[in-house]
Design a protein around this ligand. Structure first.
Ligand code: SF4
Ligand code: SF4
Length: 462
Protein backbone atom coordinates (compact mmCIF):
# COMPACT_ATOMS: atom_id res chain seq x y z
CA UNK A 1 0.00 0.00 0.00
CA UNK A 2 1.40 3.36 -1.01
CA UNK A 3 1.39 5.79 1.90
CA UNK A 4 2.23 9.15 0.42
CA UNK A 5 2.22 12.29 2.53
CA UNK A 6 0.85 15.50 1.07
CA UNK A 7 3.19 18.31 0.39
CA UNK A 8 2.84 22.05 0.33
CA UNK A 9 4.38 23.84 -2.65
CA UNK A 10 5.39 27.43 -2.26
CA UNK A 11 4.53 29.76 -5.11
CA UNK A 12 6.87 29.18 -8.08
CA UNK A 13 8.35 25.96 -6.67
CA UNK A 14 6.17 23.41 -8.40
CA UNK A 15 8.13 20.23 -9.19
CA UNK A 16 8.24 19.59 -12.92
CA UNK A 17 7.46 15.89 -12.98
CA UNK A 18 6.34 12.87 -11.03
CA UNK A 19 9.87 11.85 -10.00
CA UNK A 20 10.40 15.21 -8.34
CA UNK A 21 6.98 14.92 -6.68
CA UNK A 22 7.90 11.50 -5.30
CA UNK A 23 11.09 12.82 -3.78
CA UNK A 24 9.18 15.71 -2.19
CA UNK A 25 6.76 13.21 -0.67
CA UNK A 26 9.50 11.24 1.00
CA UNK A 27 10.91 14.40 2.58
CA UNK A 28 7.63 15.65 4.01
CA UNK A 29 7.13 15.05 7.73
CA UNK A 30 3.87 16.93 8.38
CA UNK A 31 1.28 15.08 10.46
CA UNK A 32 -1.23 14.93 7.66
CA UNK A 33 -1.20 11.23 6.79
CA UNK A 34 -4.23 9.00 6.83
CA UNK A 35 -4.31 5.24 6.59
CA UNK A 36 -6.15 3.03 4.14
CA UNK A 37 -7.33 3.87 0.67
CA UNK A 38 -6.50 2.12 -2.57
CA UNK A 39 -4.53 2.70 -5.73
CA UNK A 40 -6.73 2.74 -8.79
CA UNK A 41 -5.96 2.85 -12.49
CA UNK A 42 -6.92 6.41 -13.40
CA UNK A 43 -7.82 6.17 -17.10
CA UNK A 44 -7.53 9.97 -17.04
CA UNK A 45 -5.63 10.18 -20.33
CA UNK A 46 -8.72 9.00 -22.19
CA UNK A 47 -10.34 12.41 -21.74
CA UNK A 48 -7.92 14.94 -20.27
CA UNK A 49 -5.95 15.81 -23.40
CA UNK A 50 -8.53 17.88 -25.27
CA UNK A 51 -9.89 21.36 -24.47
CA UNK A 52 -13.40 21.73 -23.06
CA UNK A 53 -15.85 21.97 -25.95
CA UNK A 54 -19.51 22.98 -26.37
CA UNK A 55 -22.45 21.67 -28.40
CA UNK A 56 -24.85 23.50 -30.71
CA UNK A 57 -28.19 23.85 -28.95
CA UNK A 58 -30.72 24.70 -31.66
CA UNK A 59 -33.70 22.32 -31.69
CA UNK A 60 -32.91 21.05 -28.21
CA UNK A 61 -35.35 21.07 -25.30
CA UNK A 62 -33.67 21.42 -21.92
CA UNK A 63 -35.45 20.49 -18.68
CA UNK A 64 -34.14 22.55 -15.75
CA UNK A 65 -34.88 20.97 -12.35
CA UNK A 66 -36.60 23.15 -9.76
CA UNK A 67 -35.59 20.94 -6.85
CA UNK A 68 -32.22 20.32 -5.17
CA UNK A 69 -32.45 18.02 -2.18
CA UNK A 70 -35.17 19.43 0.04
CA UNK A 71 -35.09 22.81 -1.68
CA UNK A 72 -38.02 23.20 -4.09
CA UNK A 73 -38.27 26.44 -6.06
CA UNK A 74 -41.63 27.80 -7.18
CA UNK A 75 -41.83 28.25 -10.99
CA UNK A 76 -42.24 31.92 -11.97
CA UNK A 77 -42.66 31.52 -15.73
CA UNK A 78 -45.59 30.32 -17.83
CA UNK A 79 -45.86 28.08 -20.85
CA UNK A 80 -45.22 30.03 -24.04
CA UNK A 81 -43.08 32.66 -22.30
CA UNK A 82 -39.77 33.58 -23.94
CA UNK A 83 -36.80 33.50 -21.57
CA UNK A 84 -33.21 34.60 -21.74
CA UNK A 85 -30.24 32.54 -20.60
CA UNK A 86 -29.73 33.09 -16.88
CA UNK A 87 -33.24 34.45 -16.32
CA UNK A 88 -34.89 33.32 -13.09
CA UNK A 89 -37.49 30.59 -13.78
CA UNK A 90 -37.98 29.34 -10.22
CA UNK A 91 -37.53 31.08 -6.88
CA UNK A 92 -38.47 30.95 -3.23
CA UNK A 93 -37.72 32.12 0.27
CA UNK A 94 -35.08 31.24 2.82
CA UNK A 95 -32.83 28.29 1.99
CA UNK A 96 -34.33 27.80 -1.49
CA UNK A 97 -31.96 27.34 -4.44
CA UNK A 98 -33.32 29.42 -7.32
CA UNK A 99 -33.52 27.99 -10.85
CA UNK A 100 -32.46 29.75 -14.06
CA UNK A 101 -33.00 29.23 -17.76
CA UNK A 102 -29.92 27.42 -19.02
CA UNK A 103 -30.41 28.70 -22.55
CA UNK A 104 -32.56 31.29 -24.34
CA UNK A 105 -35.81 30.06 -25.86
CA UNK A 106 -39.46 29.39 -25.09
CA UNK A 107 -40.99 27.62 -22.09
CA UNK A 108 -42.84 24.62 -23.53
CA UNK A 109 -43.80 22.72 -20.36
CA UNK A 110 -43.65 22.82 -16.57
CA UNK A 111 -43.48 19.18 -15.76
CA UNK A 112 -41.10 16.56 -14.41
CA UNK A 113 -37.60 15.57 -15.47
CA UNK A 114 -35.32 12.66 -14.58
CA UNK A 115 -31.89 13.86 -13.41
CA UNK A 116 -29.20 11.47 -14.65
CA UNK A 117 -27.81 10.87 -11.17
CA UNK A 118 -31.03 11.03 -9.16
CA UNK A 119 -33.47 8.47 -7.81
CA UNK A 120 -36.71 10.36 -8.36
CA UNK A 121 -38.24 12.52 -11.08
CA UNK A 122 -38.12 16.21 -10.15
CA UNK A 123 -40.32 19.17 -11.10
CA UNK A 124 -38.75 21.06 -13.98
CA UNK A 125 -39.21 23.86 -16.49
CA UNK A 126 -38.78 22.67 -20.09
CA UNK A 127 -37.34 25.23 -22.53
CA UNK A 128 -37.13 24.87 -26.31
CA UNK A 129 -33.78 26.46 -27.19
CA UNK A 130 -33.68 29.12 -29.91
CA UNK A 131 -29.98 28.45 -30.48
CA UNK A 132 -29.09 32.09 -29.90
CA UNK A 133 -27.78 31.84 -26.33
CA UNK A 134 -28.93 35.37 -25.48
CA UNK A 135 -28.06 36.22 -21.86
CA UNK A 136 -30.23 38.07 -19.38
CA UNK A 137 -28.55 41.17 -17.87
CA UNK A 138 -25.92 40.22 -15.25
CA UNK A 139 -26.87 40.41 -11.61
CA UNK A 140 -24.16 41.34 -9.13
CA UNK A 141 -23.97 40.87 -5.34
CA UNK A 142 -24.54 43.76 -2.92
CA UNK A 143 -21.69 45.91 -1.63
CA UNK A 144 -20.22 45.63 0.90
CA UNK A 145 -20.43 41.85 0.62
CA UNK A 146 -21.02 40.28 4.02
CA UNK A 147 -21.19 36.54 4.75
CA UNK A 148 -25.02 36.53 5.10
CA UNK A 149 -25.36 38.51 1.85
CA UNK A 150 -22.96 36.13 0.10
CA UNK A 151 -24.94 33.11 1.30
CA UNK A 152 -28.25 34.58 0.13
CA UNK A 153 -26.74 35.58 -3.21
CA UNK A 154 -25.39 32.02 -3.73
CA UNK A 155 -28.88 30.60 -3.23
CA UNK A 156 -30.39 33.12 -5.62
CA UNK A 157 -27.74 32.35 -8.25
CA UNK A 158 -28.59 28.63 -8.12
CA UNK A 159 -25.32 27.41 -6.64
CA UNK A 160 -25.00 23.89 -5.31
CA UNK A 161 -21.91 21.78 -4.60
CA UNK A 162 -20.68 20.51 -7.95
CA UNK A 163 -18.44 17.80 -6.52
CA UNK A 164 -21.22 15.26 -6.19
CA UNK A 165 -23.49 15.85 -3.23
CA UNK A 166 -25.26 18.91 -4.63
CA UNK A 167 -25.72 20.53 -1.22
CA UNK A 168 -26.93 24.14 -1.50
CA UNK A 169 -23.81 26.29 -1.43
CA UNK A 170 -25.66 29.22 0.14
CA UNK A 171 -26.50 27.13 3.18
CA UNK A 172 -22.90 26.00 3.50
CA UNK A 173 -21.69 29.57 3.17
CA UNK A 174 -24.16 30.89 5.73
CA UNK A 175 -21.49 30.31 8.32
CA UNK A 176 -21.53 28.96 11.81
CA UNK A 177 -20.59 30.20 15.23
CA UNK A 178 -17.13 28.72 14.66
CA UNK A 179 -14.32 31.04 13.48
CA UNK A 180 -12.76 29.99 10.16
CA UNK A 181 -9.08 30.37 9.39
CA UNK A 182 -8.75 28.33 6.19
CA UNK A 183 -10.53 27.84 2.89
CA UNK A 184 -9.82 24.40 1.43
CA UNK A 185 -10.50 23.85 -2.26
CA UNK A 186 -11.01 20.28 -3.37
CA UNK A 187 -9.37 19.65 -6.73
CA UNK A 188 -8.58 16.00 -6.00
CA UNK A 189 -10.90 14.43 -8.57
CA UNK A 190 -9.75 11.05 -7.33
CA UNK A 191 -12.38 9.00 -9.17
CA UNK A 192 -11.01 7.18 -12.24
CA UNK A 193 -12.02 8.46 -15.70
CA UNK A 194 -13.36 11.84 -14.53
CA UNK A 195 -11.36 14.84 -15.75
CA UNK A 196 -13.86 17.71 -15.74
CA UNK A 197 -12.18 19.39 -12.75
CA UNK A 198 -8.74 18.73 -14.23
CA UNK A 199 -9.64 20.53 -17.47
CA UNK A 200 -11.36 23.32 -15.53
CA UNK A 201 -8.20 23.95 -13.50
CA UNK A 202 -6.01 23.78 -16.60
CA UNK A 203 -8.11 26.18 -18.63
CA UNK A 204 -9.66 28.55 -16.08
CA UNK A 205 -7.10 28.73 -13.28
CA UNK A 206 -7.11 32.53 -13.13
CA UNK A 207 -10.88 32.58 -12.54
CA UNK A 208 -10.56 29.97 -9.77
CA UNK A 209 -7.80 31.95 -8.04
CA UNK A 210 -9.77 35.21 -8.33
CA UNK A 211 -12.87 33.58 -6.83
CA UNK A 212 -10.85 32.00 -4.01
CA UNK A 213 -9.24 35.35 -3.18
CA UNK A 214 -12.63 37.06 -3.02
CA UNK A 215 -14.11 34.35 -0.79
CA UNK A 216 -11.11 34.57 1.53
CA UNK A 217 -11.57 38.34 1.75
CA UNK A 218 -15.29 38.08 2.59
CA UNK A 219 -14.60 35.59 5.39
CA UNK A 220 -11.41 37.26 6.60
CA UNK A 221 -9.63 33.97 5.98
CA UNK A 222 -5.85 34.20 5.85
CA UNK A 223 -5.01 30.89 4.17
CA UNK A 224 -6.40 29.17 1.08
CA UNK A 225 -5.18 25.68 0.19
CA UNK A 226 -6.00 23.93 -3.07
CA UNK A 227 -5.58 20.14 -2.88
CA UNK A 228 -4.84 18.25 -6.11
CA UNK A 229 -3.74 14.68 -6.78
CA UNK A 230 -0.32 14.79 -8.46
CA UNK A 231 -1.62 13.05 -11.59
CA UNK A 232 -2.74 16.52 -12.78
CA UNK A 233 0.60 18.29 -13.31
CA UNK A 234 -0.78 20.67 -15.95
CA UNK A 235 -3.56 21.80 -13.64
CA UNK A 236 -1.02 22.37 -10.86
CA UNK A 237 1.18 24.41 -13.16
CA UNK A 238 -1.76 26.49 -14.40
CA UNK A 239 -2.83 27.28 -10.83
CA UNK A 240 0.74 28.11 -9.78
CA UNK A 241 1.00 30.54 -12.68
CA UNK A 242 -2.36 32.10 -11.81
CA UNK A 243 -1.21 32.68 -8.22
CA UNK A 244 1.23 35.30 -9.47
CA UNK A 245 -1.69 37.68 -9.93
CA UNK A 246 -2.97 37.50 -6.34
CA UNK A 247 -1.64 38.92 -3.12
CA UNK A 248 -3.65 36.45 -1.04
CA UNK A 249 -1.95 33.51 0.63
CA UNK A 250 -3.13 30.77 -1.71
CA UNK A 251 -1.16 27.54 -1.96
CA UNK A 252 -1.36 24.46 -4.15
CA UNK A 253 -0.87 21.19 -2.26
CA UNK A 254 -0.25 17.72 -3.66
CA UNK A 255 -2.57 15.13 -2.13
CA UNK A 256 -1.74 11.45 -1.83
CA UNK A 257 -2.33 9.65 -5.11
CA UNK A 258 -4.66 7.28 -3.35
CA UNK A 259 -8.42 6.89 -3.57
CA UNK A 260 -10.42 8.50 -1.87
CA UNK A 261 -8.06 11.44 -1.33
CA UNK A 262 -10.91 13.85 -2.12
CA UNK A 263 -13.20 12.50 0.61
CA UNK A 264 -13.91 15.46 2.89
CA UNK A 265 -12.39 14.14 6.16
CA UNK A 266 -9.32 12.95 4.26
CA UNK A 267 -8.91 16.20 2.38
CA UNK A 268 -9.10 18.14 5.65
CA UNK A 269 -6.54 15.82 7.22
CA UNK A 270 -4.20 16.02 4.22
CA UNK A 271 -4.34 19.81 3.93
CA UNK A 272 -4.39 20.82 7.59
CA UNK A 273 -3.51 17.86 9.81
CA UNK A 274 -6.83 18.44 11.60
CA UNK A 275 -9.15 15.53 12.29
CA UNK A 276 -12.77 15.84 11.25
CA UNK A 277 -14.68 13.55 13.57
CA UNK A 278 -17.67 11.65 12.12
CA UNK A 279 -20.77 13.80 12.00
CA UNK A 280 -18.82 17.02 12.54
CA UNK A 281 -18.83 19.93 10.13
CA UNK A 282 -15.57 21.25 8.67
CA UNK A 283 -16.34 24.63 10.26
CA UNK A 284 -15.91 22.97 13.66
CA UNK A 285 -12.22 22.56 12.86
CA UNK A 286 -11.99 26.05 11.42
CA UNK A 287 -12.21 25.30 7.71
CA UNK A 288 -14.58 25.95 4.82
CA UNK A 289 -14.36 23.21 2.15
CA UNK A 290 -15.57 23.77 -1.41
CA UNK A 291 -15.11 21.79 -4.59
CA UNK A 292 -13.00 23.57 -7.20
CA UNK A 293 -15.86 23.70 -9.72
CA UNK A 294 -18.10 25.23 -7.06
CA UNK A 295 -15.49 27.92 -6.40
CA UNK A 296 -15.31 28.62 -10.12
CA UNK A 297 -19.11 28.88 -10.34
CA UNK A 298 -19.13 31.23 -7.34
CA UNK A 299 -16.60 33.37 -9.14
CA UNK A 300 -18.78 33.53 -12.25
CA UNK A 301 -21.66 34.65 -10.07
CA UNK A 302 -19.79 37.16 -7.92
CA UNK A 303 -17.49 38.68 -10.53
CA UNK A 304 -19.49 38.27 -13.74
CA UNK A 305 -23.10 38.24 -12.53
CA UNK A 306 -23.83 34.80 -14.06
CA UNK A 307 -26.02 32.24 -12.29
CA UNK A 308 -25.15 28.55 -12.45
CA UNK A 309 -26.64 27.40 -15.77
CA UNK A 310 -24.05 24.98 -17.09
CA UNK A 311 -21.48 22.44 -16.01
CA UNK A 312 -18.61 20.46 -17.52
CA UNK A 313 -19.31 16.77 -18.11
CA UNK A 314 -16.61 14.17 -18.85
CA UNK A 315 -17.35 11.72 -21.66
CA UNK A 316 -15.13 8.68 -21.36
CA UNK A 317 -14.88 4.90 -21.28
CA UNK A 318 -15.72 2.99 -24.44
CA UNK A 319 -16.56 6.02 -26.59
CA UNK A 320 -15.32 7.16 -29.99
CA UNK A 321 -15.26 10.83 -29.05
CA UNK A 322 -14.10 11.27 -25.43
CA UNK A 323 -13.38 14.59 -23.74
CA UNK A 324 -15.11 17.24 -21.67
CA UNK A 325 -18.13 19.22 -22.79
CA UNK A 326 -19.66 22.28 -21.12
CA UNK A 327 -23.41 21.82 -21.40
CA UNK A 328 -26.53 23.61 -20.16
CA UNK A 329 -28.24 22.16 -17.10
CA UNK A 330 -31.16 20.06 -18.29
CA UNK A 331 -29.62 18.90 -21.59
CA UNK A 332 -30.87 15.40 -22.49
CA UNK A 333 -28.28 12.74 -21.80
CA UNK A 334 -29.10 11.26 -25.21
CA UNK A 335 -27.63 14.40 -26.84
CA UNK A 336 -24.36 13.94 -24.95
CA UNK A 337 -24.22 10.27 -25.80
CA UNK A 338 -24.75 11.07 -29.47
CA UNK A 339 -21.71 13.37 -29.21
CA UNK A 340 -19.63 10.75 -27.41
CA UNK A 341 -20.60 7.79 -29.65
CA UNK A 342 -20.39 4.89 -27.20
CA UNK A 343 -19.21 1.61 -28.64
CA UNK A 344 -19.23 -0.45 -25.50
CA UNK A 345 -21.73 -3.22 -25.06
CA UNK A 346 -22.60 -2.31 -21.51
CA UNK A 347 -24.46 0.30 -19.55
CA UNK A 348 -23.72 4.00 -19.17
CA UNK A 349 -22.16 4.98 -15.87
CA UNK A 350 -23.16 8.39 -14.48
CA UNK A 351 -20.30 9.81 -12.42
CA UNK A 352 -17.18 7.86 -11.53
CA UNK A 353 -16.98 4.08 -11.27
CA UNK A 354 -16.54 4.19 -7.48
CA UNK A 355 -19.27 6.62 -6.36
CA UNK A 356 -21.46 6.88 -9.46
CA UNK A 357 -24.37 4.80 -10.66
CA UNK A 358 -25.65 3.17 -13.81
CA UNK A 359 -27.93 5.36 -15.91
CA UNK A 360 -31.44 4.14 -15.15
CA UNK A 361 -33.52 6.24 -17.51
CA UNK A 362 -32.71 6.95 -21.17
CA UNK A 363 -34.81 10.14 -20.99
CA UNK A 364 -32.64 11.55 -18.17
CA UNK A 365 -31.07 15.01 -18.28
CA UNK A 366 -27.84 16.60 -17.05
CA UNK A 367 -28.18 17.89 -13.50
CA UNK A 368 -25.84 20.21 -11.61
CA UNK A 369 -24.10 17.14 -10.17
CA UNK A 370 -23.65 15.11 -13.38
CA UNK A 371 -19.86 14.97 -13.54
CA UNK A 372 -19.41 12.31 -16.21
CA UNK A 373 -20.90 9.74 -18.53
CA UNK A 374 -18.79 6.62 -18.96
CA UNK A 375 -19.61 3.94 -21.50
CA UNK A 376 -18.95 0.65 -19.80
CA UNK A 377 -17.20 -2.22 -21.57
CA UNK A 378 -16.00 -5.54 -20.21
CA UNK A 379 -12.36 -4.55 -20.57
CA UNK A 380 -12.71 -1.19 -18.77
CA UNK A 381 -15.35 -2.32 -16.26
CA UNK A 382 -14.72 -6.04 -15.66
CA UNK A 383 -17.85 -7.77 -14.32
CA UNK A 384 -17.76 -8.61 -10.63
CA UNK A 385 -17.50 -12.25 -9.65
CA UNK A 386 -20.44 -13.92 -7.96
CA UNK A 387 -20.82 -13.20 -4.26
CA UNK A 388 -19.30 -15.80 -1.94
CA UNK A 389 -19.10 -16.14 1.83
CA UNK A 390 -16.61 -13.92 3.65
CA UNK A 391 -13.18 -15.53 4.04
CA UNK A 392 -12.18 -13.13 6.83
CA UNK A 393 -9.15 -11.84 5.00
CA UNK A 394 -9.44 -8.39 6.64
CA UNK A 395 -8.67 -6.54 3.41
CA UNK A 396 -11.76 -4.38 3.79
CA UNK A 397 -10.51 -3.24 7.20
CA UNK A 398 -7.04 -2.51 5.85
CA UNK A 399 -8.30 -0.19 3.11
CA UNK A 400 -11.09 1.62 4.96
CA UNK A 401 -9.89 5.24 5.25
CA UNK A 402 -12.33 5.84 8.12
CA UNK A 403 -10.92 2.98 10.21
CA UNK A 404 -14.21 1.09 10.17
CA UNK A 405 -14.82 -2.66 10.20
CA UNK A 406 -16.84 -3.23 7.02
CA UNK A 407 -17.45 -6.91 7.73
CA UNK A 408 -19.01 -6.13 11.11
CA UNK A 409 -21.01 -3.32 9.54
CA UNK A 410 -22.34 -5.74 6.94
CA UNK A 411 -23.34 -8.18 9.64
CA UNK A 412 -25.19 -5.42 11.53
CA UNK A 413 -26.94 -4.40 8.31
CA UNK A 414 -28.05 -7.96 7.59
CA UNK A 415 -29.44 -8.21 11.12
CA UNK A 416 -31.09 -4.78 10.73
CA UNK A 417 -29.55 -4.07 14.12
CA UNK A 418 -29.55 -0.30 14.60
CA UNK A 419 -27.62 -0.44 17.89
CA UNK A 420 -24.90 -2.51 16.26
CA UNK A 421 -24.77 -0.19 13.26
CA UNK A 422 -24.24 2.67 15.67
CA UNK A 423 -21.56 0.75 17.54
CA UNK A 424 -19.76 0.08 14.25
CA UNK A 425 -20.02 3.81 13.36
CA UNK A 426 -22.18 3.54 10.23
CA UNK A 427 -22.46 7.32 9.97
CA UNK A 428 -18.68 7.63 9.67
CA UNK A 429 -18.78 5.68 6.39
CA UNK A 430 -18.14 8.05 3.48
CA UNK A 431 -19.47 5.46 0.99
CA UNK A 432 -16.20 5.47 -0.94
CA UNK A 433 -16.49 1.81 -1.95
CA UNK A 434 -12.83 0.98 -1.29
CA UNK A 435 -13.89 -2.02 0.82
CA UNK A 436 -16.13 -3.41 -1.93
CA UNK A 437 -13.37 -2.91 -4.47
CA UNK A 438 -10.89 -5.16 -2.65
CA UNK A 439 -13.29 -7.77 -1.25
CA UNK A 440 -12.30 -11.13 -2.81
CA UNK A 441 -15.78 -12.46 -2.03
CA UNK A 442 -17.47 -9.63 -3.97
CA UNK A 443 -19.68 -8.82 -1.00
CA UNK A 444 -21.88 -5.73 -1.51
CA UNK A 445 -20.31 -3.82 1.36
CA UNK A 446 -20.65 -0.18 0.29
CA UNK A 447 -24.07 -0.65 -1.29
CA UNK A 448 -25.31 -2.21 1.94
CA UNK A 449 -23.98 0.69 4.01
CA UNK A 450 -25.55 3.21 1.66
CA UNK A 451 -28.86 1.38 1.89
CA UNK A 452 -28.55 1.07 5.66
CA UNK A 453 -28.13 4.83 6.03
CA UNK A 454 -31.19 5.57 3.95
CA UNK A 455 -33.45 2.92 5.47
CA UNK A 456 -32.59 1.30 8.80
CA UNK A 457 -30.74 4.34 10.12
CA UNK A 458 -33.48 6.75 9.23
CA UNK A 459 -36.18 4.31 10.25
CA UNK A 460 -37.52 4.13 6.70
CA UNK A 461 -38.32 0.89 4.92
CA UNK A 462 -37.32 0.80 1.24
S1 SF4 B 1 -17.41 2.45 1.89
FE1 SF4 B 1 -17.41 3.00 4.08
S2 SF4 B 1 -16.76 1.14 5.13
FE2 SF4 B 1 -16.20 0.89 2.96
S3 SF4 B 1 -14.08 1.63 2.85
FE3 SF4 B 1 -15.39 3.39 2.37
S4 SF4 B 1 -15.68 4.42 4.35
FE4 SF4 B 1 -14.92 2.34 4.80
S1 SF4 C 1 -12.70 -8.14 2.36
FE1 SF4 C 1 -14.55 -9.34 2.04
S2 SF4 C 1 -13.91 -11.43 2.42
FE2 SF4 C 1 -12.32 -10.13 3.31
S3 SF4 C 1 -12.96 -9.81 5.45
FE3 SF4 C 1 -13.81 -8.14 4.29
S4 SF4 C 1 -15.88 -8.81 3.76
FE4 SF4 C 1 -14.73 -10.66 4.35
Amino acid sequence: MLLATPLRFARGMLPANWHQLSSFFSRSTANTAWRGGIKLVGHKQLSNQLPIRTLPLADQVVAVPLQHGRSLAEPCVRIGQRVLKGEVIGHGGTAIVWAHASTSGTVVAIDACHPADGDQPLPAVHIAADGQERWAPPRFPPHPLTVPALAEFALQMGLVGLGGAGFPTGIKLAGTAHPLDMLLINGAECEPFLTCDDRLMQERAADIVAAAALLAKVYGITQVRIGIEPNKPQAMTALQQALVSTDRRIEVHALPLRYPAGGQPLLVKSLTGRTLAPGRLPAEVGVLVLNVATVYALGRALLHGEPLVSRIVTLSGAVTSPGNIEVPIGLPISTLLAAAQPHGTGDIQVGGPMMGRVLANSAAVVSKTTSGLLARSESLFPPRAATRPCIRCNRCVDVCPMALRPLQLLSAYEQENRALLQQEKLTACIECGACSQVCPSSLPLRDSFRHAKRTIWLGVRA
